[in-house]
Design a protein around this ligand. Sequence first.
Ligand code: IMP
Length: 423
Amino acid sequence: MPTTCVVGILWGDEGKGKVIDFLAAEADYVVRFGGGHNAGHTLILPSGKLVLHLVPSGIVHPQVVNVIGNGVVVDPIHLVAEIARLRARGLQVDLGRNLLVSERAHVILEAHRIQDHWHEQLRGKGRIGTTGRGIGPAYSDRASRTGLRVGDLLRPDALHEALRRITTEKNAWFAAVGLPTLDPATLLESLVEAAAALRPAIVDAGSVLRAAQRAGKRIVLEGAQGCLLDVEHGTYPFVTSSHSSTGGAFSGTGMPPHAMTVIGIAKAYATRVGEGPFPTELHGAAGDRLRIAGNEFGSTTGRPRRCGWFDTVAVRYAGELSGASALVMTNLDVLRGFDPLRLAVAYRHADGTGTRGFPAFGLEAVQPELITVPGFHDDVRAVRAFAELPAAARAYVEAIETHTGLPIKTISVGPERQQVILR
Ligand code: IMP
């Protein structure tokens, strides 16, 4: 099938960047359909590590047209800086040729960042642990029909008028709660400058993608975050503000639903950044050990990630939700020396009843039912064939396949491009 959609199965940070980089080598288009620069997609290139936040991961392959779809929220000032950083690394970024931005994507403003921090403070103990990038408030303004779209940046009169309206509304609120107010002239100046730099890239991306689809082009849809951070299907309210599961791939690009291959990326264990329920979380020294072994620190905020055992209940749910036909397992090498390994196969509610389903409520109170399997002690980073993995590692992968019902066709055993086992 010419279209492949890659989604993170749990709470993001599963290693999508490496998988998309692998698929992009054979692709015509790589398209981001949601999120913003809260994402951090890491690629390990021959020239070293590259972390992308807003620019799709196909940018390192010269033949790929990279598209920032309408479902993404774009901070134009951040995008200009990210492009400059990529060019400084020697990557070719030709706006209008290999990087396109949807004119329908919504703009993140300075005001949104202020609101993001303010809301988090107000939530106190119930805080979400957002990335503080203004993502939620930008999506809120989109839903409230008060947002600014990327295409507005190219229309000086309309932009001027929109900023006047937005700052009037926000300043009334900001002043009332003691936040610094915004100056429309300064805002206009910074946005006009960024717009001038981005102008050649700003297009009707939906029509470009529909034409590509009709022409049978190979399209990779690059999910950001993960299915359990989906605003509707995730662990609400501890979620991001976009549709980060496969559903968002249609509304976030303007492509009509069509047959596609969906690949779910799952780490060999579970991680989560920010607040919210996490049934298989390991606390204390055990969690620290996994965090250090996997270098589990956020690529956008540097925050330590919470770590825990593989959760087949959550993965089964996200697999069904996303339509994933197979899983790519990442970071298997990290589990070396963890013996025994455990995985959750069911949850137990406080009243003693069990479930294999993923509940919409009360997840913070469930106890995971863990099974134990032997761990492995050999370094697997140089292994390239499934049969050459230690028997315990193979049994672990097979146990996950059995309990999730999803085949694992690809296993990543290190951050570099060639550190992959294809079955
Ligand atoms: P926001 O997307 O900044 O509003 O943050 C909402 C929640 O999503 C927080 O728990 C963040 O830590 C989490 N989050 C957002 N983007 C990512 C990501 O790319 N990887 C992992 N977690 C993320």
